[in-house]
Design a protein around this ligand. Structure first.
Ligand code: F6P
Length: 323
């Protein structure tokens, strides 16, 4: 293998730069030329290919976002868009691709493989941690640390004013950000899409729970079936009238930015390095991941399934510790 390309796609996530850096430097170590593709699949269609060397990835391991930029491409969903992208890949003599992103990125890679035979290896890059085949996706650890830092601050206000806060965090299809940061921030209740009856349980808990707590924090994932933080506030008001002084805080995109944590940088570097090695081993259409500390390879079809298991012990822990 003489020449490979790397790109980021979908929502940006802290640690993507550390992964790009590892891909480029591992490639160079193995005497492979590495090109970056700007703006994800959009850049593949628009011929936005740039040469990369050891220097082009200097001083980026600590930076959030992605130096290669990212996009959610509609054009790549169409066969004509993919045809143009393949022409460009061939013109640049690309023999292997590393795609850093989430489920949309890997679905795109599968569609690409139906029209051409350039091997693609995925690195899981999304703050949502909603991919099968890795314990942690790139961006998740930093995002949950951002959330607990924000919720700790909200807790100060909640305590001072004797308020109940409903805090909404990201996770369109998954509640893992809410669950883990909820435990980390000592939330009184956590609402996630994977657990259907948690809204009623939460209202029940408020009714029967301790009345001497001066603050309460309810963490809700944006994809929860309650419909989000404002709907949760309405439901509490409907049941309890003016018992609680309620405020809503939607954390939004601050969860996607910021300097990656140390774990993130190390995991992202390991995955970028493993992706290049997987190409050299002749693998294709698999996502590298880390399970129990070891590098794994999961077929894209399985990785995108969204059936990330919610560990029963985490749910139980959240319940027991929030009394
Ligand atoms: O990166 C994943 C995610 O954060 C989801 O949790 C969220 O719904 C979505 O991205 C929002 O992304 P954007 O604003 O880029 O469309």
């Amino acid at each position: 293998m003489k020449k490979i390309a790397v790109f980021t796609s979908g929502g940006d996530a802290p640690g993507m730069n550390a992964c790009i850096r590892a891909v480029v430097r591992t490639g160079i170590y193995h005497q492979i030329e590495v090109m970056g593709i700007l703006n994800g699949y959009e850049g593949m269609i628009d011929n936005a290919f740039v040469s990369m060397n050891e220097k082009s990835v200097s001083n980026i391991i600590q930076r959030g976002g992605t130096i290669l930029k990212t996009a959610r491409s509609q054009r790549f969903l169409q066969p004509e868009g993919r045809k143009k992208a393949i022409e460009n890949l061939k013109a640049h003599q690309i023999e292997g691709i590393v795609a850093i992103g989430g489920d949309g990125t890997f679905r795109g890679a599968l569609a690409l493989s139906e029209q051409c035979h350039i091997p693609v290896i995925g690195c899981p890059g999304t703050i949502d941690n909603d991919l099968v085949g890795t314990d942690f996706t790139i961006g998740y650890d930093t995002a949950i640390n951002t959330v607990i830092e924000a919720v700790d601050k909200i807790r100060d206000t909640a305590e001072s004013h004797n308020r109940l806060f409903v805090v909404e965090v990201m996770g369109r299809d998954a509640g893992l950000i809410a669950l883990r940061s909820g435990i980390g921030a000592g939330a009184e209740a956590i609402l996630i899409p994977e657990l259907k009856s948690d809204m009623n349980e939460m209202l029940d808990k408020l009714e029967k729970g301790r009345k001497d707590k001066s603050s309460k924090i309810i963490l809700v994932a944006e994809g929860d079936e309650s419909g989000g933080a404002y709907k949760v506030m309405d439901a509490i008001k409907q049941k309890f009238g003016s018992t609680y002084d309620i405020r809503v805080s939607v954390l939004g995109h601050i969860q996607r930015g910021g300097s990656p944590s140390c774990i993130e940088r190390v995991n992202a570097s390991r995955m970028g390095h493993a992706a290049v090695k997987a190409l050299l081993q002749g693998r294709s259409n698999v996502m590298v991941g880390i399970i129990n500390g070891c590098i794994t390879h999961t077929p894209f079809e399985k990785a995108v399934k969204h059936i990330v298991e919610i560990k029963a012990d985490l749910k139980e822990l959240a319940e027991i510790l929030s009394i």
